[in-house]
Ligand binder design. Structure first.
Ligand SMILES: *[C@@H]1O[C@H](CO)[C@@H](O)[C@H](O)[C@H]1NC(C)=O
Ligand SMILES: *[C@@H]1O[C@H](CO)[C@@H](O)[C@H](O)[C@H]1NC(C)=O
Length: 436
């Protein structure tokens, strides 16, 4: 799979290989910077407290209230899942795929483990979703694969096209996601941001390409910054290598091979390239997954969440252990554990709610999942990589993050107040470098 994605990167970079060699920085990782709206100038004039806009817990409560008022999971019918432990996937698939939309949405969930006594007051269901998600989303089965270099997030595998009956398996995966969401169970699976965006029917972003193909993402960033696109003689078409090795020209829009890329339509070209790269080989599978999800949850109900929030709802918001976090943090650029700015940093973290802490971890590492062993086992793009804080920038700047190094660039703010404010602002308002 890696080989295939590398090939595409190469095919694309051949388009302007010389330039790539000389301009692309070594790392193709996501650099998270606050969006223009969060620039100091903009905030000075508006002064709107950011957290208000992102009151995740309130949104979550409203979401569950709405589900209840629409009768989700309330019965009177039962969604009874009789499951044999040694045929977990098979039994779950057969039962869940035989349900009508109405049964899925309204049925009172009841999981029965074959040969085991007991009523389902939550325990069996919780275990069911935990065990099922561990198998279903496990790259071992070929439907999903780990995203390039990161060991916990998974996305739809292009090779899944070769799995028998894969449409139904993706539809099933979507239904499982929906059921877990409706009944409030967590899944033991972390997906790429692109997948959460797909569930919300939001367009893919440039940062989604980072997880797939660093070289291609670097090409896109280079192109984004380039001022000479017209001279590159690009058109709205790309070469795509199929799974069987054939190379096909694919138009990014109707008649695209005759549409030259210019400064004026560069933004559109980049958006189309991002979509093409993110969906290539997985568009159909993703569509089935999203369809299955929507068979359980009305898309309007989840529309209030953004992709990061949906991640927290589906994969959970674990209580972070700040002491473990601090014990496993490294410093660069002159900072150390007893540096005044760092003391302020940890004081600010103490003031944060768990959700704000999770957002900060998401901001810096790209995912809110923390390995089972804790912060000491945090991984970056090339292996173990601890959380790191580096002294960078001037106090007018907002903190920024490098997700593949798990690094936070923190300006030396002179006061706790300022640090707290800037950190919160960066975390609440940030877009990872997108195509504006
Ligand atoms: C993944 O790691 C390999 C080698 O460690 C590197 O060549 C490649 O560019 C990395 N890919 C991403 C997406 O970071
Ligand atoms: C962090 O380190 C301190 C001091 O060494 C220790 O007392 C504390 O238990 C550690 N916390 C964790 C969660 O390991």
């Amino acid at each position: 799979m890696g080989v295939i994605s590398k090939t595409f990167g190469v095919v694309f970079s051949l388009l302007f290989e010389q330039e790539i060699m000389s301009y692309v920085p070594a790392s193709g990782c996501a650099t998270a910077e606050p969006s223009p709206a969060a620039s100091p100038a903009a905030t000075r004039s508006t002064r709107a407290p950011a957290p208000q806009r992102r009151d995740f817990e309130a949104k979550l409560r409203a979401f569950y209230r709405k589900l209840e008022s629409k009768g989700y999971g309330q019965g009177p019918g039962k969604l009874k899942l009789h499951i044999r432990r040694d045929h977990l996937l098979e039994d779950a698939f057969r039962r869940i795929m035989s349900c009508s939309k109405k049964e899925l949405q309204k049925g009172k969930l009841c999981v029965l483990w074959d040969g085991e006594e007991g009523l389902d007051y939550g325990g069996p269901s919780r275990e069911f979703f935990f065990l099922l998600s561990r198998e279903l989303f496990n790259p071992y089965y070929g439907l999903f694969e780990y995203s390039a270099n990161d060991t916990y997030t998974v996305h739809v595998s292009p090779m899944s096209a070769f799995v028998d009956n894969h449409h139904e398996w993706f539809r099933f995966s979507g239904r499982v996601l929906g059921l877990a969401l409706v009944h409030g169970y967590l899944l033991e699976a972390w997906f790429t941001r692109a997948l959460y965006r797909a569930l919300l029917r939001l367009p893919p972003a440039l940062e989604d390409v980072d997880a797939l193909d660093a070289q291609f993402a670097a090409s896109l960033r280079w192109l984004q910054a380039a001022r000479c696109v017209s001279s590159l003689e690009l058109t709205f078409a790309v070469s795509e290598r199929l799974a069987d090795g054939r190379v096909l020209e694919r138009e990014l829009k109707a008649g695209g091979r005759d549409v030259p890329v210019t400064e004026r339509n560069k933004k559109e070209y980049l958006e189309k390239l991002v979509r093409w790269r993110v969906e290539r080989g997985v568009a159909e599978q993703s569509e089935w997954l999203v369809r299955g999800f929507h068979e359980v949850v009305d898309p309007r109900l989840v529309g209030a969440f953004d992709a990061r929030e949906l991640e927290l709802v589906i994969a959970g918001a674990p209580e972070l252990d700040v002491s473990d976090w601090r014990n496993n943090t490294e410093y660069r650029g002159g900072y150390h554990d007893a540096h005044p700015v760092i003391l302020c940093f940890w004081q600010a973290i103490d003031r944060f709610t768990n959700e704000q802490r999770l957002r900060l971890v998401q901001f810096v590492t790209g995912t809110s999942s923390i390995p089972y062993e804790g912060f000491s086992a945090l991984r970056g793009s090339t292996g173990p990589r601890r959380f790191c804080i580096e002294r960078w920038g001037r106090i007018e700047s907002l903190p920024r993050a490098h997700t593949c190094f798990n690094r936070l660039d923190l300006p030396p703010y002179p006061t706790l107040q300022l640090l707290h404010e800037k950190l919160l602002l960066a975390v609440e308002e940030t877009n990872t470098f997108g195509i504006e």
